[in-house]
Design a binder for this molecule. Structure first.
Ligand SMILES: Cc1cc2nc3c(=O)[nH]c(=O)nc-3n(C[C@H](O)[C@H](O)[C@H](O)COP(=O)(O)O)c2cc1C
Length: 369
């Protein structure tokens, strides 16, 4: 099975299945000398762990990161950083009944047809448990970016169609405290009521996660196949349950006129003389419909995108499906599941964004003399 490695210079490889011994990552290409310890990784993993809100599964995992290599006396060595997170909260018997039937909305059936066999316990490798490994790798990328003045923040913008107002560059304290990671207490209360309703009906909900990166200078992104927005789209679409991504005004741009859509650069920034380098000045724009990307290159505005997550496919309600013989079957999915993935997906979106930015930052250093 290919495709478990992401990035070109700053690379993350993840491994592990939901009900196997562990999940984990190897981060290759992180420069030497970066201050990093297990607490930094632990803090990020705690944000993804279940139990933060009524929307999340009751599966309880310690999510204790074990750093096996790559760090010496609190600093990266420049060697591969291997991090293991043991699986401790799995209840594999919950999945016995699902051995020969396929859960609607999951990869079960296509996986089995493609590979000829599958680990049916909790979705195996296709489980969102794998995202714990991404968050661990992303913690390293975030530390590297922070050292270079770049911060990445995501939050839940809406759940079940209940939308929070645009927080601008955000009160992130509120997003973490209210459990749903929504930047508004009022919206969080409305969402809580809706989640209770859905839970009682054995249903689930979708939602939107919004992400911003601040402090990006002009120049992140390689302008043909490896555009900043193209790589972010790949990174974010690789997270389970993501069905769409839009940058800046996104799909709304399609209904705008050119003059409405264009973000005008404002007077005050002088482009360095030919061959010269940026003097650290910032370009200001009349707006941010482009989401901080022009021609695949960061334009000095804040990077802004949203990702749409579908409703959690494992619902408590009885559903019709098929078994391996092609006969119709009724299933009732047991086990512990999120009602909406968004609150737990927030750190995953940040992690994937940070991995793209860390890689492009290093690649950018080879772009010119
Ligand atoms: C953080 C996170 C948590 C998730 N939790 C669950 C869950 O508890 N139950 C479930 O059925 N799906 C959950 N999902 C979604 C499934 O993993 C995903 O929908 C499924 O693997 C099918 O992949 P696809 O939706 O990308 O096609 C979660 C996704 C993420 C990102």
């Amino acid at each position: 099975m290919a495709g478990n490695c992401f990035g070109q210079i700053f690379k993350a490889i993840t491994f592990g299945e939901s009900h196997g011994a562990a999940v984990g990552c190897v981060v290759d290409g992180c420069p030497a000398g970066l201050a990093l310890d297990a607490d930094t990784v632990r803090r990020e993993l705690a944000r993804r762990r279940p139990g933060g809100s009524a929307a999340s599964t009751s599966r309880s995992e310690a999510d204790e990161p074990e750093i096996l290599s790559g760090i010496f006396e609190g600093r990266t060595l420049g060697t591969p950083i291997a991090i293991v997170i043991r699986n401790t909260g799995q209840l594999s018997r919950d999945y016995d009944k699902l051995k020969d039937v396929y859960r609607p909305g999951h990869a079960d059936m296509v996986w089995e047809i493609k590979y000829g066999l599958r680990d049916h316990r909790g979705g195996g490798r296709s489980s969102a448990r794998e995202t714990a490994a991404r968050v661990a790798a992303g913690a390293v990328a975030k530390a590297f970016l922070a050292e270079n003045g770049v911060t990445v923040n995501a939050w839940t913008r809406s759940i079940a169609g209940i939308s929070a107002p645009d927080p601008g560059c955000g009160d992130f304290d509120i997003t973490e405290k209210n459990g749903f990671c929504v930047p508004s207490r009022d919206t969080a209360a409305k969402i809580a009521a809706k989640i209770d309703e859905l839970k009682a009906a054995g249903e689930s909900a979708g939602g939107v996660v919004e992400c911003r990166a601040n402090g990006l200078p002009v120049g992140f992104g390689e302008p043909v196949f490896d555009k900043l927005d193209a790589l972010l789209a790949q990174a974010v679409m690789s997270i389970g349950a993501v069905k769409g991504i839009e940058f800046g005004a996104g799909f709304g741009s399609a209904a705008m006129s050119g003059s409405e859509s264009n973000d005008r650069p404002l007077a005050g920034y002088a482009v360095p003389a030919r061959g010269g380098s940026d003097n650290g000045g910032r370009i200001s724009y009349s707006g941010n419909n482009s989401g901080g990307v022009l021609g695949g290159i960061s334009n000095g505005n804040c990077l802004a995108f949203r990702a749409a997550f579908k409703p959690v496919p494992s619902i408590a309600k009885k559903q019709l499906t098929v078994d391996r013989t092609g006969r119709e079957a009724e299933i009732e999915i047991e086990g512990r599941h999120d009602i909406c993935v968004c609150p737990r997906a927030v750190p995953v979106v940040e992690a994937m964004t940070a991995l793209v930015l860390a890689d492009l930052m290093l690649r950018g250093r080879a772009a010119r003399l």
